[in-house]
Design a protein around this ligand. Structure first.
Ligand code: PMP
Ligand code: GLN
Length: 398
């Protein structure tokens, strides 16, 4: 659609409407269960919501400071120290952003010269290519192949060129659910150090790891001084619509991101900032229960998807599971997802949205399991009838 728009700058051609927006709209239009776009169907902790309401009532409704309120920056620094042993100075090394999305975009705009290259992994979260395009940069990606999504270290190194400016790493990884292990992180760190690259990490699923453990790249030797660590409150506190994110790192790198951020949104989410500070200070039990609840939901949905006849790539982290649809259909994932609501009242997203070459993932579809167990069970029941629906439509076609 966007390609034909004469007003749209050429560097944004091909970006169109995000697949998440398209599939959420389809879910609303058809009344289908939305396992596409990743957002929970229950609210986050009541004390966090209450803190936001109290902040509105007490008049915290004007522009907050450009870097975010001190209370939140301190809570972010304390959270990084408590869970990952990372030390940041709250006044110079922490910046509050409009979600992780803005943090990533502002970082690429701030750090890349036009023509620079951003090294990342594919499948690639959809905003990365768009953010690179807005920065005038391009993405070079190293493929993670199912089922274990390992990568070739030599290929990673070989993908670095003279214009490579930085590495953008998402772990735990959307859409695969891969959690990069220490050896893999060290391979990435080696490439960064040997080619003098900055690393930007997207750790929005940091508290959603079921197998292995989350290790921030910034904790690996020689990386703290060259890494911007990004996360957000959306996933951890189930308030995706609040759009409170943050970036932590060396003061000069954070100041560069702030320079871009201040002309993008200037500031964001005044009354949500003190509330997320409350959330970040919740006891360990909150974070453990979040993980355990999601692990149970992962198992529930994976079982339902397997029973429906899909080949399931069980995720180690995040709240997404990828399936191979070839056991059920020859259709490509996009066609399959657009027909799924009418066939059985469920929405997923085609994984091709995460690939430059859509053909590479024509057989892969992503479902989200951050929904109530009864909703996941209902979705599984509906999907159980899919094989029959497909067989019937094949009969009719004959
Ligand atoms: N990165 C990844 C990998 C994501 O899945 C998402 C989706 N929420 C984001 C960034 C964006 O986070 P936010 O809503 O905080 O902008
Ligand atoms: N991160 C969410 C997902 O992967 C989508 C957020 C968005 O629509 N930008 O489903």
């Amino acid at each position: 659609m966007s390609d034909e728009n004469p007003y749209l700058a050429s560097r944004l051609h091909g970006l169109g409407t995000t697949i998440f927006a398209e599939m959420s709209l389809l879910a609303v239009q058809t009344g289908a269960i939305n396992l596409g776009q990743g957002f929970p169907d229950t609210d986050g902790p009541a004390e966090v919501a209450d803190a936001a309401i109290a902040a509105i009532r007490s008049g915290q409704n004007q522009y907050p400071p450009g870097t975010g309120i001190a209370e939140l920056r301190e809570a972010i620094a304390a959270h990084q120290a408590r869970f990952w042993g990372l030390t940041f100075a709250a006044d110079t090394e922490v910046l509050v952003t409009a979600g992780a999305t803005e943090a990533i975009t502002a970082a690429l705009i701030a750090l890349c010269e036009p023509g620079d290259e951003v090294l990342t992994f594919e499948p690639t979260y959809d905003s990365y290519r768009a953010a690179a395009a807005m920065a005038g940069a391009t993405v070079r990606a190293v493929r993670l192949e199912a089922p274990d999504y390992r990568f070739d270290t030599a290929a990673l190194d070989a993908t670095v060129g003279p214009r490579t400016r930085l590495v953008l790493l998402n772990s735990p990884h959307n859409p695969t659910g891969k959690v990069f292990d220490v050896a893999e992180l060290d391979a990435v760190a080696d490439v960064c150090r040997s080619h003098d690259l900055v690393a930007i990490t997207d750790e929005v699923y940091e508290h959603m790891v079921f197998e292995g453990r989350h290790v921030p790249l910034a904790t690996r030797p020689g990386m703290a001084e060259r890494t911007l660590t990004i996360s957000s409150a959306g996933k951890t506190f189930s308030f995706t619509g609040w759009k409170i994110g943050w970036v932590c790192g060396p003061a000069d790198l954070v100041a560069a991101v702030r320079t871009a951020k201040q002309f993008m949104t200037y500031v964001n989410g005044a009354p949500f900032q003190p509330a997320i500070a409350v959330g970040l200070g919740l006891p360990d039990a909150y974070f453990a229960e979040l993980r355990e609840g999601l692990q149970m939901r992962r198992d529930l949905l994976c079982e339902g998807l397997a029973a429906a006849g899909f080949t399931v790539h069980r995720p180690a982290g995040t709240y997404f599971v990828t399936v191979d649809i070839r056991t059920l259909t020859d259709e490509d994932g996009g066609t399959f997802c657009r027909r799924l609501p009418e066939r059985c009242g469920v929405v997923g997203v085609p994984s091709s949205a995460f690939y430059e070459d859509a053909e590479a993932a024509r057989h892969l579809v992503r479902f989200s399991f951050c929904k109530r167990p009864e909703v996941l069970s209902e979705a599984a029941d509906r999907l159980a009838g899919l094989g029959q629906v497909l067989a019937r439509s094949a009969d009719q076609a004959m």
